[in-house]
Design a protein around this ligand. Structure first.
Ligand code: XMP
Length: 514
């Protein structure tokens, strides 16, 4: 696949995925690679239109800090250094980097020179996000200073003739008011990209290459009903039709009506050509979960049962050539491709490969971020409600029912969650919430309904604003929406007489309750 590419050379910064997302949002394809794993020769072969050096936690003048060969600056490829990347550029090319007596951190007023191509169209006085202690104290030969702050004499520098640019601040972070414009200037004006990263061409090319790769082979996919596995399944169905079999395990811990919704889309009456197997395993799950209250034990049972059921189905199908996994780009970066590879990711189908007789795993979404998966899904004609579905954990409602899981409790949490989703959508706030759901606490309390005393369960509502799910703030849902949801839940969900709203951030809380 011939397409323009920006190489993001990862020096261990915390915002590296964000840089990649911003570049993709400019319709330019990019890849994040650790500086340790990419040689100059690799770069020549990749032939990127531009290179971005990321930030990183080190000081360039320490011997053990990440460095890169000086020859990278001779390739004739435009380079933008960000934070540590800017200091590395200065240091490697003969400038000077020093430690400041105090750090510069947070929103910072910056004066920029907008005759620079990088700052074309940017206000001379703008606000940028800073996070550094080291700074460039002397320019390398041939460079000029293009931005400064009250305390940072060189907040940006460049050598236009060599297409080398550097900024001390973080244009990728939303707090840098005109950061997106700066990155767009880099890829369009400086790297001369045309912006050929569009979901329609990605979808088209992926279908063709999957078809070519798979030939007349058999493909197996574990369909969870979530966005990733649904988009992967549709891509494969368009590529190889009935050579694809999707196994959908309904563990009875899905959201209200979700099992039937998945079947309506992927089952025999749906629009796609594939073999669809639905396993109704509710009773089996409830039986195994009876009396189990410890969260990790519940998770383990739910995961193991899934593997066992999948194994039983896989045995019926026999050997297949390919097993599909819904891996997406953040998983790829986090699993060690980049330098900042520390964050654990949750895998819905972890453990599957060992129980299936297959030759190779295919991951058709491994280059996409979540928002790109959603756009690809819309491009493929998957219903909007499925594509925009809330993130949902593999163990499902099992970890949103505190304590023992029973069919009755599943009903309560399903109905409450349904009302909550319906009212948020009705109020038009669902799109701006990172994740929201209802959980069933294990607390019963006294209430009064009509003339009668009640002693029923409490539902906890949760909604968080988050961009990475690693940290989150409780969302400020309008009071009138919360009141409407509460009234409806208490009126409509039998067994519930109290509704609580969780305002804990993460950390110290987690998003889910178990
Ligand atoms: P926590 O509760 O750890 O959740 O703050 C962070 C994000 O991950 C989702 N989550 C899971 N997803 N399997 C999954 O596929 C799991 O076991 C799991 N646990 C949590 C959670 O919904 C949130 O989006």
């Amino acid at each position: 696949m011939e397409r323009e590419m920006i190489l993001i050379l990862d020096f261990g910064g915390q915002y590296n995925q964000l840089i990649a997302r911003r570049v993709r949002e400019c319709h330019v394809y990019c890849e994040v690679h650790s500086y340790e794993k990419v040689t100059l020769d690799d770069i020549r072969k990749m032939a990127p239109k531009g290179i971005i050096f990321t930030g990183g936690p080190n000081s360039v003048y320490e011997e053990t800090s990440p460095h890169y060969q000086k020859e990278i600056f001779e390739l004739g490829i435009p380079i933008l250094g960000i934070c540590y990347g800017s200091q590395l550029m200065a240091y490697t090319l003969g400038g000077e980097v020093k430690t400041a007596p105090t750090s510069e951190y947070g929103h910072t007023d910056v004066e920029i020179d907008n005759t620079s191509k990088l700052f074309a169209g940017i206000h001379e006085k703008t606000v940028c996000w800073m996070s550094h202690t080291d700074y460039i104290s002397a320019l390398p030969e041939g460079f000029r200073m293009t931005a400064h702050t009250d305390v940072c004499p060189i907040a940006a520098m460049e050598c236009e003739e060599r297409d080398l640019y550097a900024v001390q601040f973080h244009p990728e972070v939303v707090h840098t008011r005109e950061g997106v414009k700066m990155l767009s200037n880099f890829v369009y004006i400086i790297c001369r990209c045309s912006g050929d990263w569009k979901m329609d061409s990605f979808v088209e090319q992926t279908i063709l290459s999957l078809r070519e790769k798979i030939g007349d082979g058999k493909v197996l996919c574990a369909l969870s009903g979530g966005v990733d596995s649904s988009v992967a399944a549709v891509l494969l169905s368009k590529a190889v039709g009935k050579q694809l079999t999707c196994v959908f395990v309904d563990h009875g811990l899905l959201r209200k009506n979700e099992g039937d919704e998945v079947e309506a889309v992927f089952g025999p009456d749906g629009p796609y050509e594939l073999n669809f197997i639905r396993v109704n395993a509710q009773e089996r799950y409830y039986a195994r979960l009876a009396g189990v209250t410890e969260p990790e034990a519940k998770r383990k049972i739910i995961g193991e049962e899934f593997i066992r059921i999948f194994e039983e189905e896989a045995k019926k199908i026999g050997a297949v050539d390919y097993l599909v996994q819904g891996t997406i780009y953040p998983d790829v970066i986090e699993s060690g491709l980049g330098k900042s590879a520390v964050i654990k990711s949750h895998h819905n189908v972890g453990g599957l490969p060992s129980v299936v007789d297959f030759k190779e795993i295919i991951e058709p979404l491994r280059l996409l971020f979540k928002d790109e998966v959603r756009r690809a899904g819309l491009e493929l004609g998957i219903p909007k409600n499925l594509v925009n579905r809330q993130p949902f954990p593999g163990p499902g409602l099992g970890i949103r029912i505190i304590g023992e899981v029973t069919a009755e409790k599943v009903r309560m949490v399903q109905e409450a969650d349904y009302i909550y989703r319906e009212e948020n959508a009705q109020a038009g706030i669902d799109d701006r919430l990172g994740q929201y759901f209802a959980a069933l606490t294990n607390m019963r309390s006294v209430g009064v309904m009509g003339d009668f005393r009640t002693y029923d369960y409490a539902i906890a509502l949760r909604a968080v604003d988050t961009s990475d799910f690693m940290t989150a703030e409780a969302s400020e849902i309008p009071w009138d929406v919360l009141k409407r949801v509460t009234t409806r839940i208490i009126g409509e969900v039998k067994g519930v007489n109290r509704v609580l709203y969780d305002i804990t951030s993460k950390p110290p809380g987690t998003i889910e309750f178990e």
